[in-house]
Design a binder for this molecule. Structure first.
Ligand code: CA
Length: 540
Protein backbone atom coordinates (compact mmCIF):
# COMPACT_ATOMS: atom_id res chain seq x y z
CA UNK A 1 0.00 0.00 0.00
CA UNK A 2 1.17 3.49 -0.77
CA UNK A 3 2.12 5.29 2.39
CA UNK A 4 0.58 8.72 2.73
CA UNK A 5 2.27 10.82 5.35
CA UNK A 6 1.33 14.40 4.77
CA UNK A 7 2.87 16.62 7.36
CA UNK A 8 2.60 19.69 5.18
CA UNK A 9 -1.02 20.51 5.88
CA UNK A 10 -0.10 23.96 7.16
CA UNK A 11 1.65 24.71 3.88
CA UNK A 12 -1.28 23.39 1.88
CA UNK A 13 -3.67 25.55 3.85
CA UNK A 14 -1.45 28.60 3.44
CA UNK A 15 -1.36 27.95 -0.29
CA UNK A 16 -5.15 27.77 -0.44
CA UNK A 17 -5.42 31.03 1.48
CA UNK A 18 -3.01 32.71 -0.93
CA UNK A 19 -4.77 31.38 -4.03
CA UNK A 20 -8.11 32.48 -2.66
CA UNK A 21 -6.73 35.92 -1.86
CA UNK A 22 -5.50 36.30 -5.42
CA UNK A 23 -8.90 35.23 -6.74
CA UNK A 24 -10.91 37.86 -4.99
CA UNK A 25 -9.25 39.24 -1.90
CA UNK A 26 -8.09 42.48 -3.45
CA UNK A 27 -11.41 43.36 -4.99
CA UNK A 28 -14.55 44.50 -3.27
CA UNK A 29 -17.79 43.75 -5.07
CA UNK A 30 -19.92 45.55 -2.56
CA UNK A 31 -20.07 48.78 -4.50
CA UNK A 32 -22.96 47.70 -6.70
CA UNK A 33 -25.45 46.48 -4.17
CA UNK A 34 -28.57 44.96 -5.71
CA UNK A 35 -31.37 43.95 -3.39
CA UNK A 36 -29.50 41.29 -1.47
CA UNK A 37 -31.42 39.02 0.90
CA UNK A 38 -30.66 39.23 4.59
CA UNK A 39 -29.32 35.97 5.95
CA UNK A 40 -30.03 34.46 9.35
CA UNK A 41 -28.26 31.34 10.61
CA UNK A 42 -30.00 30.23 13.78
CA UNK A 43 -27.72 27.66 15.40
CA UNK A 44 -28.68 25.72 18.52
CA UNK A 45 -26.04 23.98 20.59
CA UNK A 46 -26.31 20.22 21.19
CA UNK A 47 -29.89 20.26 19.93
CA UNK A 48 -30.93 16.70 19.12
CA UNK A 49 -32.85 15.37 16.12
CA UNK A 50 -35.75 14.51 18.42
CA UNK A 51 -35.66 17.63 20.64
CA UNK A 52 -38.59 19.25 18.86
CA UNK A 53 -42.29 18.93 18.11
CA UNK A 54 -41.30 18.93 14.42
CA UNK A 55 -40.91 15.35 13.24
CA UNK A 56 -37.72 14.64 11.31
CA UNK A 57 -38.61 10.94 11.21
CA UNK A 58 -41.38 9.09 9.36
CA UNK A 59 -43.69 9.36 12.37
CA UNK A 60 -44.27 11.38 15.54
CA UNK A 61 -42.25 9.97 18.44
CA UNK A 62 -42.71 10.23 22.23
CA UNK A 63 -39.92 12.85 22.31
CA UNK A 64 -41.66 14.89 19.56
CA UNK A 65 -44.83 14.91 21.68
CA UNK A 66 -42.87 16.09 24.73
CA UNK A 67 -41.16 19.18 23.29
CA UNK A 68 -42.96 22.43 22.40
CA UNK A 69 -41.43 24.21 19.43
CA UNK A 70 -44.25 26.05 17.60
CA UNK A 71 -41.87 28.42 15.85
CA UNK A 72 -39.85 25.55 14.42
CA UNK A 73 -43.21 24.16 13.24
CA UNK A 74 -43.85 27.50 11.55
CA UNK A 75 -40.48 27.39 9.75
CA UNK A 76 -41.16 23.80 8.65
CA UNK A 77 -44.58 24.86 7.27
CA UNK A 78 -43.18 27.76 5.32
CA UNK A 79 -39.94 26.20 4.14
CA UNK A 80 -37.96 23.00 3.57
CA UNK A 81 -37.35 20.39 6.25
CA UNK A 82 -34.16 18.40 5.68
CA UNK A 83 -34.54 15.02 7.40
CA UNK A 84 -31.04 13.78 6.58
CA UNK A 85 -28.84 16.73 7.53
CA UNK A 86 -25.51 16.21 9.25
CA UNK A 87 -22.96 18.00 11.37
CA UNK A 88 -19.81 16.80 13.15
CA UNK A 89 -20.31 14.92 16.42
CA UNK A 90 -19.06 17.81 18.64
CA UNK A 91 -19.10 21.65 18.62
CA UNK A 92 -15.98 23.37 17.25
CA UNK A 93 -15.49 21.15 14.17
CA UNK A 94 -19.02 21.98 12.97
CA UNK A 95 -18.66 25.69 13.69
CA UNK A 96 -15.32 25.73 11.85
CA UNK A 97 -16.93 24.03 8.83
CA UNK A 98 -19.65 26.69 8.73
CA UNK A 99 -17.01 29.42 8.89
CA UNK A 100 -14.61 27.95 6.32
CA UNK A 101 -16.64 25.64 4.06
CA UNK A 102 -14.12 22.87 4.72
CA UNK A 103 -14.79 19.40 5.99
CA UNK A 104 -13.36 18.76 9.46
CA UNK A 105 -10.73 16.38 8.06
CA UNK A 106 -9.35 19.31 6.05
CA UNK A 107 -9.67 22.28 8.43
CA UNK A 108 -8.09 20.15 11.15
CA UNK A 109 -10.10 21.49 14.08
CA UNK A 110 -11.32 18.00 14.78
CA UNK A 111 -12.34 18.33 18.43
CA UNK A 112 -13.78 21.01 20.68
CA UNK A 113 -11.32 23.74 21.61
CA UNK A 114 -10.60 25.60 24.83
CA UNK A 115 -6.92 26.32 25.56
CA UNK A 116 -4.34 26.37 22.74
CA UNK A 117 -1.87 24.25 24.68
CA UNK A 118 -4.12 21.83 26.57
CA UNK A 119 -5.71 18.67 25.25
CA UNK A 120 -9.50 18.39 25.43
CA UNK A 121 -9.63 14.78 24.21
CA UNK A 122 -9.71 11.76 26.49
CA UNK A 123 -7.53 8.69 25.84
CA UNK A 124 -8.48 5.14 24.94
CA UNK A 125 -6.28 2.20 26.07
CA UNK A 126 -4.05 2.73 23.00
CA UNK A 127 -4.87 6.05 21.45
CA UNK A 128 -4.55 9.74 22.12
CA UNK A 129 -5.56 12.70 19.95
CA UNK A 130 -3.55 13.47 16.77
CA UNK A 131 -0.29 15.14 17.73
CA UNK A 132 -0.89 18.31 15.73
CA UNK A 133 -4.61 18.81 15.52
CA UNK A 134 -5.47 22.52 15.58
CA UNK A 135 -6.07 22.97 19.31
CA UNK A 136 -5.88 26.74 18.84
CA UNK A 137 -8.85 26.78 16.49
CA UNK A 138 -9.45 29.29 13.70
CA UNK A 139 -7.24 32.36 13.67
CA UNK A 140 -7.22 35.66 11.73
CA UNK A 141 -5.98 35.33 8.14
CA UNK A 142 -8.31 32.48 7.30
CA UNK A 143 -10.96 33.22 4.67
CA UNK A 144 -14.30 33.09 6.44
CA UNK A 145 -17.94 33.18 5.46
CA UNK A 146 -18.71 36.45 7.29
CA UNK A 147 -15.51 37.99 5.93
CA UNK A 148 -16.59 37.15 2.37
CA UNK A 149 -20.15 38.34 2.91
CA UNK A 150 -18.78 41.63 4.18
CA UNK A 151 -15.99 42.19 1.66
CA UNK A 152 -17.66 40.86 -1.45
CA UNK A 153 -21.28 41.78 -0.91
CA UNK A 154 -21.36 44.57 1.65
CA UNK A 155 -23.14 42.71 4.43
CA UNK A 156 -23.09 43.85 8.02
CA UNK A 157 -22.03 40.69 9.83
CA UNK A 158 -23.46 40.15 13.29
CA UNK A 159 -22.31 37.47 15.71
CA UNK A 160 -24.55 36.69 18.67
CA UNK A 161 -23.99 33.98 21.28
CA UNK A 162 -21.53 31.11 21.34
CA UNK A 163 -18.48 31.40 19.10
CA UNK A 164 -16.10 28.56 20.09
CA UNK A 165 -13.78 29.01 17.09
CA UNK A 166 -10.48 30.23 18.56
CA UNK A 167 -8.92 29.06 21.81
CA UNK A 168 -8.84 31.09 25.01
CA UNK A 169 -6.31 33.94 24.90
CA UNK A 170 -5.84 33.79 21.11
CA UNK A 171 -7.03 36.44 18.59
CA UNK A 172 -9.41 33.87 17.05
CA UNK A 173 -11.44 33.74 20.25
CA UNK A 174 -12.86 37.16 19.26
CA UNK A 175 -15.34 36.79 16.37
CA UNK A 176 -14.58 40.37 15.25
CA UNK A 177 -11.15 39.06 14.26
CA UNK A 178 -12.80 36.43 12.05
CA UNK A 179 -14.96 38.60 9.79
CA UNK A 180 -17.75 39.83 12.06
CA UNK A 181 -18.58 43.53 12.47
CA UNK A 182 -20.38 42.93 15.74
CA UNK A 183 -19.80 40.43 18.52
CA UNK A 184 -22.34 39.95 21.25
CA UNK A 185 -21.30 37.50 23.97
CA UNK A 186 -19.01 35.25 21.91
CA UNK A 187 -15.57 34.02 23.05
CA UNK A 188 -13.52 30.84 23.35
CA UNK A 189 -15.80 28.88 25.65
CA UNK A 190 -18.30 26.35 24.38
CA UNK A 191 -20.56 26.49 27.40
CA UNK A 192 -22.04 29.28 29.52
CA UNK A 193 -20.93 29.66 33.14
CA UNK A 194 -24.62 30.06 34.03
CA UNK A 195 -27.87 30.71 32.16
CA UNK A 196 -29.36 33.03 34.76
CA UNK A 197 -29.01 36.81 34.92
CA UNK A 198 -29.14 36.58 38.70
CA UNK A 199 -25.85 34.67 38.46
CA UNK A 200 -24.33 37.19 36.03
CA UNK A 201 -24.15 34.37 33.44
CA UNK A 202 -21.35 32.74 35.38
CA UNK A 203 -19.31 35.88 36.11
CA UNK A 204 -18.14 37.28 39.43
CA UNK A 205 -20.82 38.67 41.75
CA UNK A 206 -19.10 42.02 42.11
CA UNK A 207 -18.40 42.46 38.42
CA UNK A 208 -15.49 41.31 36.28
CA UNK A 209 -15.26 38.41 33.90
CA UNK A 210 -14.80 34.88 35.20
CA UNK A 211 -12.57 33.09 32.71
CA UNK A 212 -12.95 30.96 30.76
CA UNK A 213 -16.67 30.21 31.30
CA UNK A 214 -18.32 33.52 32.24
CA UNK A 215 -20.34 34.86 29.29
CA UNK A 216 -18.81 38.23 28.25
CA UNK A 217 -20.50 41.44 27.18
CA UNK A 218 -23.96 41.20 28.78
CA UNK A 219 -23.22 43.29 31.88
CA UNK A 220 -26.40 45.31 31.55
CA UNK A 221 -28.43 42.20 32.32
CA UNK A 222 -26.36 41.15 35.34
CA UNK A 223 -28.42 40.85 38.48
CA UNK A 224 -31.70 40.78 36.53
CA UNK A 225 -34.08 37.89 35.90
CA UNK A 226 -33.34 37.94 32.16
CA UNK A 227 -32.39 34.45 30.98
CA UNK A 228 -29.30 34.17 28.78
CA UNK A 229 -31.38 33.04 25.78
CA UNK A 230 -33.62 36.11 26.19
CA UNK A 231 -30.70 38.53 26.66
CA UNK A 232 -29.11 37.26 23.45
CA UNK A 233 -32.43 37.60 21.62
CA UNK A 234 -32.91 41.22 22.72
CA UNK A 235 -29.38 42.06 21.61
CA UNK A 236 -29.73 40.22 18.29
CA UNK A 237 -32.92 42.11 17.48
CA UNK A 238 -31.30 45.43 18.40
CA UNK A 239 -28.41 44.66 16.04
CA UNK A 240 -30.84 43.80 13.24
CA UNK A 241 -32.77 47.03 13.88
CA UNK A 242 -29.57 48.98 13.44
CA UNK A 243 -28.79 47.25 10.12
CA UNK A 244 -32.29 47.93 8.85
CA UNK A 245 -32.01 51.59 9.90
CA UNK A 246 -28.71 51.81 8.01
CA UNK A 247 -30.27 50.05 5.00
CA UNK A 248 -27.45 47.53 5.00
CA UNK A 249 -28.07 43.86 4.25
CA UNK A 250 -27.23 41.79 7.32
CA UNK A 251 -25.87 38.35 8.09
CA UNK A 252 -27.09 37.42 11.55
CA UNK A 253 -25.23 34.41 12.92
CA UNK A 254 -27.27 33.73 16.03
CA UNK A 255 -25.70 30.83 17.93
CA UNK A 256 -27.48 30.17 21.20
CA UNK A 257 -25.51 28.78 24.13
CA UNK A 258 -28.62 26.71 24.87
CA UNK A 259 -29.26 23.81 25.06
CA UNK A 260 -25.69 22.88 26.06
CA UNK A 261 -24.92 21.90 29.65
CA UNK A 262 -25.28 23.13 32.41
CA UNK A 263 -28.91 22.05 32.06
CA UNK A 264 -30.50 24.93 34.00
CA UNK A 265 -34.09 26.10 33.82
CA UNK A 266 -35.64 28.72 31.61
CA UNK A 267 -38.16 29.71 34.31
CA UNK A 268 -40.78 31.17 31.93
CA UNK A 269 -41.42 27.70 30.55
CA UNK A 270 -40.92 25.38 33.52
CA UNK A 271 -44.62 25.05 34.36
CA UNK A 272 -45.18 23.19 31.08
CA UNK A 273 -43.01 20.31 32.29
CA UNK A 274 -42.48 20.43 36.04
CA UNK A 275 -44.48 17.76 37.88
CA UNK A 276 -46.00 16.45 34.62
CA UNK A 277 -45.78 13.12 32.85
CA UNK A 278 -44.47 12.80 29.32
CA UNK A 279 -47.57 13.24 27.10
CA UNK A 280 -49.43 9.98 26.53
CA UNK A 281 -47.30 8.08 29.06
CA UNK A 282 -47.18 7.45 32.79
CA UNK A 283 -43.47 8.34 32.87
CA UNK A 284 -42.85 11.34 35.11
CA UNK A 285 -40.73 14.14 33.61
CA UNK A 286 -37.76 14.25 35.97
CA UNK A 287 -36.28 17.62 37.03
CA UNK A 288 -33.37 17.43 34.56
CA UNK A 289 -35.63 16.79 31.59
CA UNK A 290 -38.07 19.49 32.76
CA UNK A 291 -35.20 21.99 32.78
CA UNK A 292 -33.92 20.72 29.43
CA UNK A 293 -37.35 21.09 27.81
CA UNK A 294 -37.63 24.62 29.22
CA UNK A 295 -34.30 25.50 27.56
CA UNK A 296 -35.61 24.05 24.30
CA UNK A 297 -38.84 26.04 24.50
CA UNK A 298 -36.75 29.12 25.31
CA UNK A 299 -34.76 28.91 22.09
CA UNK A 300 -37.95 28.28 20.14
CA UNK A 301 -39.45 31.43 21.68
CA UNK A 302 -36.28 33.24 20.64
CA UNK A 303 -36.79 32.06 17.07
CA UNK A 304 -40.36 33.36 17.27
CA UNK A 305 -39.18 36.73 18.58
CA UNK A 306 -36.65 37.07 15.76
CA UNK A 307 -39.27 36.17 13.12
CA UNK A 308 -41.68 38.66 14.66
CA UNK A 309 -39.01 41.39 14.65
CA UNK A 310 -38.27 40.72 10.96
CA UNK A 311 -42.00 41.13 10.25
CA UNK A 312 -42.21 44.33 12.29
CA UNK A 313 -39.17 45.78 10.52
CA UNK A 314 -40.71 44.85 7.15
CA UNK A 315 -37.72 42.76 6.07
CA UNK A 316 -39.19 39.26 6.53
CA UNK A 317 -39.93 38.84 2.83
CA UNK A 318 -36.32 39.72 2.15
CA UNK A 319 -34.70 37.41 4.71
CA UNK A 320 -33.70 33.74 4.51
CA UNK A 321 -33.57 31.77 7.75
CA UNK A 322 -31.60 28.56 8.28
CA UNK A 323 -32.21 26.69 11.52
CA UNK A 324 -29.85 23.92 12.62
CA UNK A 325 -27.90 22.28 15.44
CA UNK A 326 -24.13 21.87 15.73
CA UNK A 327 -24.10 18.15 16.63
CA UNK A 328 -26.38 15.37 17.80
CA UNK A 329 -28.27 15.59 21.07
CA UNK A 330 -26.44 14.95 24.33
CA UNK A 331 -27.41 11.52 25.59
CA UNK A 332 -24.40 9.77 27.08
CA UNK A 333 -24.40 11.61 30.41
CA UNK A 334 -26.00 14.51 32.32
CA UNK A 335 -29.51 13.72 31.02
CA UNK A 336 -32.57 12.36 32.81
CA UNK A 337 -35.10 9.73 31.79
CA UNK A 338 -36.39 10.36 28.26
CA UNK A 339 -39.95 10.03 26.98
CA UNK A 340 -38.77 6.66 25.66
CA UNK A 341 -38.40 5.48 29.25
CA UNK A 342 -34.62 5.05 29.45
CA UNK A 343 -31.64 7.17 30.39
CA UNK A 344 -28.33 7.15 28.49
CA UNK A 345 -28.63 6.77 24.71
CA UNK A 346 -32.41 6.98 24.58
CA UNK A 347 -32.93 10.68 23.82
CA UNK A 348 -32.39 10.47 20.06
CA UNK A 349 -34.30 7.23 19.40
CA UNK A 350 -34.79 5.99 16.67
CA UNK A 351 -31.20 7.17 16.17
CA UNK A 352 -28.43 5.31 17.97
CA UNK A 353 -26.50 7.06 20.78
CA UNK A 354 -25.82 10.83 20.79
CA UNK A 355 -23.29 13.68 20.81
CA UNK A 356 -19.72 12.40 20.49
CA UNK A 357 -20.72 9.13 18.79
CA UNK A 358 -20.00 7.76 15.32
CA UNK A 359 -23.62 6.64 15.00
CA UNK A 360 -26.48 8.75 13.62
CA UNK A 361 -27.41 10.11 17.06
CA UNK A 362 -24.04 11.84 17.11
CA UNK A 363 -24.23 13.59 13.78
CA UNK A 364 -27.77 13.83 12.42
CA UNK A 365 -29.32 17.23 13.12
CA UNK A 366 -32.58 19.12 12.62
CA UNK A 367 -32.24 21.47 9.65
CA UNK A 368 -34.86 23.91 8.29
CA UNK A 369 -34.57 26.53 5.56
CA UNK A 370 -37.20 29.12 4.76
CA UNK A 371 -37.93 32.69 3.75
CA UNK A 372 -38.85 34.45 6.99
CA UNK A 373 -42.14 35.30 5.30
CA UNK A 374 -42.93 33.45 2.08
CA UNK A 375 -44.09 35.68 -0.77
CA UNK A 376 -43.43 33.69 -3.95
CA UNK A 377 -44.58 36.57 -6.16
CA UNK A 378 -41.86 38.89 -4.87
CA UNK A 379 -39.10 39.16 -7.50
CA UNK A 380 -36.40 38.27 -5.00
CA UNK A 381 -38.21 35.11 -3.90
CA UNK A 382 -39.12 34.28 -7.50
CA UNK A 383 -35.41 34.35 -8.26
CA UNK A 384 -34.66 32.08 -5.30
CA UNK A 385 -37.77 30.02 -4.67
CA UNK A 386 -37.93 28.03 -1.43
CA UNK A 387 -40.74 25.48 -1.38
CA UNK A 388 -43.25 25.62 1.47
CA UNK A 389 -44.04 22.63 3.69
CA UNK A 390 -41.47 20.61 1.74
CA UNK A 391 -39.56 17.57 2.98
CA UNK A 392 -36.12 16.89 1.60
CA UNK A 393 -34.48 13.49 2.12
CA UNK A 394 -31.29 14.03 0.15
CA UNK A 395 -28.37 14.12 2.58
CA UNK A 396 -26.59 17.40 3.28
CA UNK A 397 -23.74 18.31 5.60
CA UNK A 398 -22.90 21.43 7.54
CA UNK A 399 -20.07 22.67 5.25
CA UNK A 400 -22.76 23.09 2.56
CA UNK A 401 -23.84 26.31 4.27
CA UNK A 402 -20.73 28.16 3.06
CA UNK A 403 -21.32 27.93 -0.72
CA UNK A 404 -25.10 28.14 -0.25
CA UNK A 405 -25.06 31.41 1.68
CA UNK A 406 -22.55 32.89 -0.75
CA UNK A 407 -24.84 31.94 -3.61
CA UNK A 408 -27.87 33.54 -1.95
CA UNK A 409 -25.88 36.65 -1.09
CA UNK A 410 -24.65 37.05 -4.65
CA UNK A 411 -28.21 37.91 -5.78
CA UNK A 412 -27.42 36.92 -9.33
CA UNK A 413 -24.12 38.78 -9.56
CA UNK A 414 -20.84 37.11 -10.45
CA UNK A 415 -19.87 34.69 -7.73
CA UNK A 416 -16.34 33.37 -8.30
CA UNK A 417 -16.26 29.73 -7.18
CA UNK A 418 -14.06 28.79 -4.28
CA UNK A 419 -12.41 25.41 -3.76
CA UNK A 420 -14.40 24.18 -0.79
CA UNK A 421 -15.74 20.82 0.41
CA UNK A 422 -19.35 21.95 0.82
CA UNK A 423 -21.93 21.98 -1.95
CA UNK A 424 -24.57 24.61 -2.72
CA UNK A 425 -27.94 23.19 -1.53
CA UNK A 426 -30.05 25.67 -3.53
CA UNK A 427 -31.19 22.99 -6.04
CA UNK A 428 -32.73 21.07 -3.11
CA UNK A 429 -35.00 23.91 -2.02
CA UNK A 430 -37.76 23.22 -4.56
CA UNK A 431 -40.53 20.61 -4.54
CA UNK A 432 -39.25 19.00 -7.72
CA UNK A 433 -35.50 18.61 -7.62
CA UNK A 434 -33.74 18.37 -10.96
CA UNK A 435 -32.78 14.75 -11.75
CA UNK A 436 -29.11 15.59 -12.12
CA UNK A 437 -29.03 17.28 -8.71
CA UNK A 438 -30.71 14.21 -7.21
CA UNK A 439 -27.99 11.99 -8.67
CA UNK A 440 -25.21 14.31 -7.53
CA UNK A 441 -26.44 14.61 -3.95
CA UNK A 442 -27.17 10.88 -3.73
CA UNK A 443 -23.74 9.89 -4.94
CA UNK A 444 -21.78 12.52 -3.08
CA UNK A 445 -19.71 10.98 -0.27
CA UNK A 446 -20.22 12.55 3.15
CA UNK A 447 -17.09 12.29 5.30
CA UNK A 448 -16.91 12.33 9.09
CA UNK A 449 -13.55 12.38 10.85
CA UNK A 450 -13.27 12.33 14.62
CA UNK A 451 -9.83 10.95 15.54
CA UNK A 452 -10.53 11.68 19.22
CA UNK A 453 -12.04 10.09 22.25
CA UNK A 454 -14.73 12.37 23.65
CA UNK A 455 -15.08 11.11 27.23
CA UNK A 456 -15.99 8.10 29.39
CA UNK A 457 -15.22 4.49 28.53
CA UNK A 458 -14.74 3.14 25.02
CA UNK A 459 -18.28 2.01 24.27
CA UNK A 460 -20.23 1.65 21.05
CA UNK A 461 -19.64 4.66 18.81
CA UNK A 462 -17.97 6.74 21.54
CA UNK A 463 -14.37 6.27 20.40
CA UNK A 464 -11.99 7.57 17.70
CA UNK A 465 -13.56 6.98 14.29
CA UNK A 466 -13.98 8.02 10.69
CA UNK A 467 -17.01 7.27 8.58
CA UNK A 468 -18.43 7.74 5.12
CA UNK A 469 -21.99 7.83 3.79
CA UNK A 470 -22.74 7.31 0.09
CA UNK A 471 -26.39 6.88 -0.87
CA UNK A 472 -27.93 4.92 1.99
CA UNK A 473 -24.77 3.00 2.83
CA UNK A 474 -22.61 4.06 5.76
CA UNK A 475 -19.25 2.56 6.67
CA UNK A 476 -17.62 3.35 10.02
CA UNK A 477 -14.00 2.69 10.99
CA UNK A 478 -13.00 2.48 14.66
CA UNK A 479 -9.28 3.07 15.15
CA UNK A 480 -8.92 1.48 18.59
CA UNK A 481 -9.71 -2.06 17.44
CA UNK A 482 -9.18 -1.47 13.70
CA UNK A 483 -12.77 -2.48 13.17
CA UNK A 484 -15.12 -1.71 10.27
CA UNK A 485 -18.92 -1.66 10.39
CA UNK A 486 -21.38 -1.25 7.53
CA UNK A 487 -25.02 -0.14 7.72
CA UNK A 488 -27.93 0.34 5.34
CA UNK A 489 -29.60 3.48 6.67
CA UNK A 490 -32.67 3.12 4.43
CA UNK A 491 -33.65 -0.13 6.14
CA UNK A 492 -31.76 0.18 9.42
CA UNK A 493 -31.82 3.78 10.60
CA UNK A 494 -30.99 2.66 14.14
CA UNK A 495 -27.77 0.94 12.98
CA UNK A 496 -28.55 -2.38 14.62
CA UNK A 497 -27.45 -4.74 11.81
CA UNK A 498 -23.78 -4.59 10.89
CA UNK A 499 -23.46 -5.80 7.28
CA UNK A 500 -19.65 -5.74 7.09
CA UNK A 501 -19.30 -9.52 6.83
CA UNK A 502 -22.29 -9.90 4.54
CA UNK A 503 -21.17 -7.32 1.97
CA UNK A 504 -17.35 -7.27 1.93
CA UNK A 505 -17.07 -5.87 -1.60
CA UNK A 506 -19.32 -2.91 -0.82
CA UNK A 507 -17.41 -2.28 2.40
CA UNK A 508 -14.08 -2.43 0.54
CA UNK A 509 -15.30 0.13 -1.97
CA UNK A 510 -16.54 2.56 0.69
CA UNK A 511 -13.43 2.08 2.84
CA UNK A 512 -11.16 2.80 -0.12
CA UNK A 513 -13.17 5.89 -1.02
CA UNK A 514 -12.97 7.12 2.58
CA UNK A 515 -9.23 6.50 2.74
CA UNK A 516 -8.65 8.46 -0.48
CA UNK A 517 -10.82 11.35 0.70
CA UNK A 518 -9.08 11.52 4.07
CA UNK A 519 -5.65 11.57 2.42
CA UNK A 520 -6.86 14.20 -0.03
CA UNK A 521 -7.97 16.35 2.91
CA UNK A 522 -4.70 15.82 4.82
CA UNK A 523 -6.52 14.19 7.70
CA UNK A 524 -4.59 13.71 10.91
CA UNK A 525 -4.56 10.33 12.63
CA UNK A 526 -4.95 9.29 16.26
CA UNK A 527 -1.61 8.78 18.02
CA UNK A 528 -0.80 5.33 19.40
CA UNK A 529 1.00 6.20 22.64
CA UNK A 530 1.91 2.54 23.27
CA UNK A 531 3.70 2.06 19.92
CA UNK A 532 4.70 5.74 19.70
CA UNK A 533 3.38 6.26 16.19
CA UNK A 534 0.39 7.52 14.27
CA UNK A 535 -2.47 5.07 13.85
CA UNK A 536 -3.74 5.61 10.28
CA UNK A 537 -6.97 4.31 8.85
CA UNK A 538 -6.48 0.73 7.59
CA UNK A 539 -8.57 -0.93 4.90
CA UNK A 540 -10.54 -4.07 5.74
CA1 CA B 1 -22.43 21.45 20.46
Amino acid sequence: MVSFRFRSSFLVRTYLVLVSSLLFGATTFAAESPNRPNLVVFLIDDFGWQDTSVSFFAEQTPQNRHFRTPNMERLARQGVKFRQAYACCVCSPTRSSILTGYNAARHGITNWILHPDKETSAKTPHLAAPVNWRRGGIQPGEITLPGLLRERYGYRTIHVGKAHWGAHGTPGSEPMNLGFDVNIAGHAAGSPGHYHGEKNYGNKEKGGLTEPWGVPGLEKYHGTDVHLSDALTLEAIAAVEQSVAEQTPFFLYFAHYAVHTPIQSHPRFMSHYQGQNFPGTNIPIDPIEARYASLVEGIDASLGDVLQALDRLDVARNTIVVFLSDNGGLSRHARGTSANGGKANTHNIPLREGKGSAYEGGTRIPFLCSWAQPAPEEPQQAALPIAQAAVQDLPIIVEDLFPSLLHWASAGTANPPLPRDGRDITPLLTHHVDAQAVREFQQRPLVFHYPHHWNGGVEGGYQPHSSIRVGDAKAIYFYENRRWELYDLANDLSEQHDLAEQHPAQLQQLATQLQILLHDRNAQWPYDFVQHEDEPLRLP
